[in-house]
Write a new protein. Structure first.
Length: 294
């Protein structure tokens, strides 16, 4: 039996090493789509290979945005007037708070330094939402700074995201938004309202509607992605965007039957998780061998 187990271990190790290598090149992304019956589903895919999508389950509601809360690593969702927690294993959304009169189609992202949610709408609405009690604060409007290439134009955001999405307040954070009308990445240095600055054009031509934007921070490095809906809402693309220049690069089509709404990124499992998985698989192998021997 010991010889059989020794033959089993290299195979398991090779499998996990291959899986880990694949996942190290990408992040785990969550999004929202609808099935053939029109029910909203939570899905998962890799940021490096968005064509392979796993359906996790129905949310039971109609969320318009999702994001991970850095303070708890829990996924939250928003549907226009209610805040939910979302189970990443089943997709089920559970009501946290009835927020009330806030914008529906908005950028939705957690500010990691103060544990508040930023809600920014295409019509210029700008809110802060407290995940502890559901209270909201109305903030000021954004305007392009004098001398900016877009000075005098009215900004319109449908997606925003913060950098340094971690639990270390010393790292600080910066809010970015994507303006689909201008086709540009915008830096929002004063999220509570005030002057904003154009980082640069996305440079990808016509891209449909921006439906999700998130920035993931791993090892102090911020990496940004956004999603779009094209072809009448039946398909979506995933783009990576350079926070220094605004230039966007197509990663690929997202393999969902319908378009993707919302985007939330999380790192791949830590090495300790792979070790735990390995020990579990080895245990299963030993049990299987013992049963055969019996």
């Amino acid at each position: 039996m010991h010889h059989k187990i020794r033959r089993f271990l290299p195979a398991v190790g090779l499998l996990l090493a291959s899986t880990a290598t694949t996942l190290q090149a990408q992040y785990v992304a969550y999004g929202l789509t609808t099935n053939a019956q029109g029910a909203q589903q939570l899905v998962r895919f890799g940021s490096g290979a968005p064509g392979a999508v796993t359906t996790l389950g129905a949310t039971g509601v109609a969320l318009t945005g999702i994001d991970f809360r850095p303070a708890t690593n829990q996924l939250y969702g928003y549907d226009g007037d209610k805040l939910y927690t979302v189970n990443v294993a089943t997709g089920v959304a559970t009501l946290a708070f009835d927020v009330g009169n806030t914008p529906g189609n908005v950028g939705f992202d957690f500010n990691p330094t103060v544990d508040r949610i930023r809600l920014v709408g295409p019509s210029g609405t700008n809110f802060r939402l407290n995940p502890l009690d559901g209270s909201t604060t109305v903030d000021g409007a954004y305007t392009f700074a004098m001398g900016d290439v877009n000075f005098g134009k009215v900004p319109s955001f449908t997606a925003v995201a913060y950098t340094n999405s971690d639990t270390d307040p010393a790292t600080g954070t910066t809010l970015y938004g994507i303006d689909p009308t201008l086709g540009a990445l915008i830096q929002i240095s004063t999220p509570n309202g005030g002057s904003i600055a154009t980082v640069g054009n996305l440079g990808i031509g016509a891209f449909g509607t921006v439906t999700g934007f998130d920035i993931i921070t791993v090892g102090g490095v911020n990496t940004a992605f956004f999603t779009t809906i094209i072809a009448g809402g039946l398909s979506s693309n995933l783009y990576a965007v350079n926070l220094g220049t605004g230039a966007a690069t197509l990663v690929g089509a997202i393999g969902a039957a319908n378009g993707i709404q919302g985007l939330a990124l999380t790192p791949v499992p830590e090495p300790g998780t792979w070790a735990l998985m390995l020990s579990g698989l080895v245990g299963l192998g030993v049990i299987a061998r013992r049963r055969r021997a019996a």
